[in-house]
Design a protein around this ligand. Structure first.
Ligand code: HEC
Ligand code: HEC
Ligand code: HEC
Length: 168
């Protein structure tokens, strides 16, 4: 009888001890999970910060970092002839290639024609891509210390119709 009771008591205590052990293990697991989650979140934040740093930022957000040129926006609701990140790197090749196609092969009306760039990128204030310091072509070139002679012959102004269409 005593034996049985003490056996039960022992079992009961053992059960409680086991339960307490479970509890400890569970809360340890929870703590580990929380730590892992916090770590992952921190890593993600760091990653996001890296990605954000690698992307071009609006001038205001960049105030404390490298300043970027302030450029007049393109015609409202339009899309460039190629993705802007490609255009940033490739526009000179596209333009030179298009000039050769036009001048030597007589190709007209291509989407890469210079007048097309100007019609979308001329600023509201000047109607030009190369009059004011914030005008599109000259704004970026001044920043990058690039000189082009294109506008000694080509008119840097948008066609009046293009300006009207852009509702500037
Ligand atoms: C139909 C309108 C349109 C035409 C045509 C066009 N663009 Fe764009 N371009 C845009 C838009 C919209 C953007 C996105 C940036 C913006 O809103 O200013 C852009 C972006 C760019 C960028 C990147 C600007 C930046 O801030 O990094 C360059 C460079 C560029 N265009 C050059 C050209 C050149 C050169 C041509 C002619 C071969 C051209 N574009 C023709 C509308 C146009
Ligand atoms: C000495 C004058 C002169 C200079 C400088 C000049 N061009 Fe041209 N460009 C012309 C003439 C003339 C044509 C032929 C126009 C036509 O037949 O429609 C032409 C045609 C073009 C064309 C094809 C037509 C079009 O509207 O797209 C492109 C593109 C072009 N030039 C780009 C440039 C670029 C970029 C520069 C600067 C690196 C430049 N040109 C400098 C005179 C010049
Ligand atoms: C986002 C900045 C940016 C904008 C906007 C921009 N350019 Fe450029 N452009 C550059 C850079 C940077 C170079 C020099 C690239 C190099 O040297 O490899 C360049 C080079 C060029 C060249 C070649 C010059 C040479 O000496 O070979 C031409 C032509 C040109 N740009 C035309 C234009 C025209 C036209 C526009 C407006 C429609 C324009 N660019 C707008 C950044 C820009």
């Amino acid at each position: 009888m005593t034996g049985l009771r003490s056996l039960r008591a022992t079992a009961g205590e053992g059960g409680r001890a086991a339960a307490a052990g479970d509890q400890r293990r569970r809360s340890a697991t929870r703590a580990r999970r929380a730590a892992v989650a916090a770590g992952v979140a921190a890593a993600m934040l760091a990653g996001a910060a890296l990605v954000a740093a690698a992307l071009p930022q609006p001038a205001a957000a960049q105030a404390a970092r490298t300043p970027l040129p302030v450029l007049a926006p393109a015609r409202t609701g339009s899309r460039c002839v190629e993705p802007p990140e490609l255009m940033r790197r490739l526009h000179m090749q596209l333009l030179r290639h298009q000039r050769d196609l036009t001048v030597h092969a007589g190709e007209r009306g291509s989407k890469y024609r210079l007048q097309g760039c100007i019609d979308c990128h001329a600023s509201a204030a000047t109607g030009s891509v190369a009059a004011a310091p914030t005008d599109f072509c000259v704004g970026c070139h001044a920043y990058a210390a690039v000189r082009i002679d294109c506008f000694e012959c080509h008119n840097p102004k948008a066609a009046p119709l293009a300006l009207a269409k852009g509702q500037r």
